[in-house]
Design a protein around this ligand. Structure first.
Ligand code: PMT
Length: 398
């Protein structure tokens, strides 16, 4: 929730400084009031006028030659949140040691607002023990680090160290700001596809990428919820999301049932295996031994276990369907959920691994609401709006 919030963007001197303009734009688009502060080196990479044009205010570029007597403390006090993007290796070292010898580090030292740091540098510098130690120290101050990504670096190199996507950084800024409509709400989300071992190298799995569950987690965190994401897929990096990695349906059940006991809302977006091999071979099945016959047994029903709890969280199930809605409607009644999100996993742009999804909301009374094809991030936002309406009807505030 950035609308109406005050964000200070600190820009330091790396080639990724040009992306600070995109980040400033994203923050402004989300409704934040943005002021900027730059190091000398940053001005070599991006003109202060660019940031001024986007944010509507001139960046602070000098601690002494400014309109204000003490621009760093003024900015530090003004900020609801402060983000440094890009943060060079030298900036990380300065901040980790409490130095304040440039406008950005001085402003960070002069604020009590939450701080987000998005580093960008060459891979060797990012992985150097000195940088690793500096990052750990910054985390120990409570600063949130948005880790760099793999991609093109300065000088034609490629590797880990590229500045995170501006949207990811804006999400992190939103995440460190308290006060969204889900503040204080404990949310459990399952995501990804479980893997049931056949032997030490093979498993029974499915095509879930975890994108749908991750998007729901980000949207909940953006609204201020404390989110626990139990995932058999890749996790996410967000200050209000605790990621619990799991592999099998049994792992997922164990973690989800424990967390559900104190959750207010549970959203089960994972594709959980329904069956697993009775025995996982300790070793590797050999081709020479011929085709194996593998006996299967049912896995725990993660959602079913939560539905049976009393009291239980507000419960959202997903249904991966392949055509008509009849089965989803029957599932919504049978599974004891408050809301079921059905997606046709055979429709183009929908279901497993896609960036978009076409879902139909199914309520236990059998009513259905088809939504158009949209990005999974938007499905997630609209889902939280719908959950809020239903919980309100039940008499829960958020
Ligand atoms: O991860 P993506 O690539 O983004 O893809 C998203 C998705 C297609 C995986 C997602 O949108 C989705 O549909 N998830 C549910 C998939 C599924 O397993 O559907 P189901 O109809 O088999 O299961 C119904 C519900 O029971 C689901 O909420 C499921 O999480 C839950 N379940 C199923 C089996 C089991 N043993 N335990 C469960 O909790």
């Amino acid at each position: 929730m950035l609308a109406g919030r005050r964000v200070v963007l600190g820009v330091t001197g790396g080639v990724a400084a040009y992306k600070a303009a995109y980040l400033a734009r994203r923050l402004v688009e989300r409704g934040a009031a943005v002021r900027t502060v730059m190091t000398d080196a940053a001005t070599e990479f991006i003109g202060p006028h660019t940031l001024a044009a986007i944010t509507g205010t001139r960046p602070v570029i000098d601690l002494f030659d400014a309109d204000e007597v003490s621009p760093h403390t003024t900015l530090g006090r003004w900020a609801d949140a402060l983000v440094v993007a890009p943060a060079t290796a030298a900036t990380l070292a300065r901040l980790a040691n409490g130095l304040s010898d440039d406008p950005v580090s001085a402003t960070v030292l002069a604020t009590v607002a939450p701080v987000v740091i998005a580093p960008a540098m060459h891979t060797e510098m990012w992985q150097h023990p000195a940088t690793v130690a500096n990052v750990e120290r910054l985390e120990s101050f409570g600063y949130h680090i948005v880790s760099p990504e793999v991609g093109a670096l300065a000088g034609g190199d490629t590797g880990l160290g590229r500045l995170a996507d501006p949207d990811r950084i804006a999400d992190a800024v939103a995440g460190v700001l308290p006060g969204g409509p889900l503040t204080g709400v404990e949310v459990l989300i399952t995501a990804g596809g479980t893997r049931e071992p056949i032997d030490r190298v093979r498993y029974l799995g499915n095509h879930s990428s975890g994108k749908m569950g991750n998007a729901i987690a980000v949207a909940a965190a953006r609204r201020g919820a404390n989110v626990t994401l139990v995932t058999a897929g890749p996790g996410i990096d967000h200050p209000h999301v605790t990621v619990v990695p799991v592999e099998t349906a049994a792992d997922m059940a164990e973690a989800a049932w424990r967390i559900a006991e104190t959750a207010d809302v549970a959203v089960m977006a994972a594709a959980v295996a329904d069956f697993r091999p009775v025995v996982a071979i300790d070793g590797k099945l050999r081709r020479a031994a011929g085709p194996p016959s593998i006996d299967l047994e049912p896995t725990p029903d993660v959602l079913g276990g939560i539905a049976a709890m009393s009291p239980r969280p507000f419960l959202v199930g997903f249904a991966a369907e392949t055509g008509a809605l009849d089965e989803a409607v029957a599932k919504a009644r049978r599974k004891g959920v408050d809301l079921l999100v059905s997606n046709d996993v055979t429709a183009p742009g929908s279901g497993f691994g896609t960036e978009t999804n076409q879902v139909t909301i199914v309520l236990p009374d059998g009513s259905t609401e088809p939504w158009s094809l949209m990005p999974k991030s938007e499905v997630a936002e609209r889902l939280w709006d719908r959950i809020a309406e239903l919980r309100k009807r039940e008499g829960t505030s958020a």
